[in-house]
Design a protein around this ligand. Structure first.
Ligand SMILES: Cc1cc2nc3c(=O)[nH]c(=O)nc-3n(C[C@H](O)[C@H](O)[C@H](O)COP(=O)(O)OP(=O)(O)OC[C@H]3O[C@@H](n4cnc5c(N)ncnc54)[C@H](O)[C@@H]3O)c2cc1C
Length: 261
């Protein structure tokens, strides 16, 4: 249940091991919550991997031997994996710290937990529980391994009182192997962004530009190691990189050639 990052990964591995797999997804495309319209570009991968994909379909009930869909249909199942997202469970904090409605702790760019009257200087949060203010990308939620790996060093510097110097602002990064494809997402796509595609024989790269601007907010490279290396370098400056949209869409030219000074 769920064609997000985890549902897609498990479906591909299970089908590859010989299982009959059906993926039931409420949205109209896989990965829609994370990638918006770009998620639809992964739809064909399911049939190619021998996985049945039911889109725009909600689950009503899980029984011992089947999944019952909202439209009354039944999908027989020996094993049901529910992969519909995760939320921090922070109710136990009570009133000790301010908790956002989704359970996250809101932190500033130095991982300090933020209260209405400003950041606390002695409490940091990092990893899945934290939603961080990135100077480059805006609000970035947890949920991925890279943030849990790279955040702690900066958070500890804050606790030790050595926050001087530039803010360590790692770009959000997600990797995933899905149904035989390698995905790497750098940055933070917004639903309001304009999407530009680079397509070649070997895969595709999607670029999310801020509306009407040359400011690049995120890059998804699918089966394109060259573009992965460029994307990693693009999101290392203090601000979002600027790219020429037409040059970025031209797959005959390297992506880095589209960068504007
Ligand atoms: C099935 C699965 C697959 C994933 N695959 C990927 C992937 O391919 N790539 C990727 O980037 N990310 C992936 N992730 C996400 C990644 O695992 C997390 O982002 C990362 O583990 C977050 O680290 P963390 O330390 O913040 O939280 P966690 O690793 O969840 O650690 C939190 C720990 O705190 C404990 N805990 C919670 N509440 C309390 C409490 N009240 N008292 C005491 N202990 C408590 C928990 O038991 C847990 O041990 C995946 C996650 C899942 C579930």
């Amino acid at each position: 249940v769920g064609a997000g990052w985890i549902g897609a990964e498990v479906a591909g591995v299970a089908a590859g091991a010989g299982a009959h797999v059906t993926v039931v997804e409420a949205a109209d495309a896989p990965l829609e919550a994370a990638l918006g319209e770009v998620g639809a570009l992964t739809t064909a991968w399911y049939a190619a991997a021998g996985v049945r994909l039911l889109l725009g379909t909600r689950v009503d009930e899980v029984r011992a031997d089947a999944v019952v869909l909202e439209d009354g249909r039944t999908v027989p199942a020996d094993v049901v994996l529910v992969a519909v997202g995760a939320r921090p469970r922070t109710g136990w904090l009570g009133d000790a710290l301010p908790v956002a409605p989704d359970g996250a702790l809101v932190v500033d760019e130095r991982y300090r937990v933020v209260r209405a009257d400003g950041p606390l200087h002695h409490v940091v949060a990092v990893g899945d529980v934290a939603r961080r203010r990135s100077p480059r990308h805006g609000w970035v939620s947890g949920g991925h391994w890279d943030g849990a790996l790279r955040g702690p060093a900066a958070a500890v510097r804050t606790l030790l009182g050595v926050p001087a110097g530039p803010v360590d602002d790692p770009a959000p990064y997600v990797f995933s192997t899905q149904l035989g494809h390698e995905l790497a997402l750098y940055g933070h796509p917004l639903p309001t962004d304009d999407v530009v595609l680079r397509r070649g024989d070997d895969g595709f790269t999607a670029l999310w530009f801020r509306p009407g601007s040359s400011e690049l907010g995120a890059v998804l490279a699918v089966d394109r190691p060259r573009d992965v290396a460029t994307a990693r370098r693009l999101f290392t400056g203090p601000a979002l990189p600027r790219l020429d949209r037409d040059a970025a869409a031209d797959d005959a030219r390297p992506l880095k050639a589209a960068a504007l000074a």
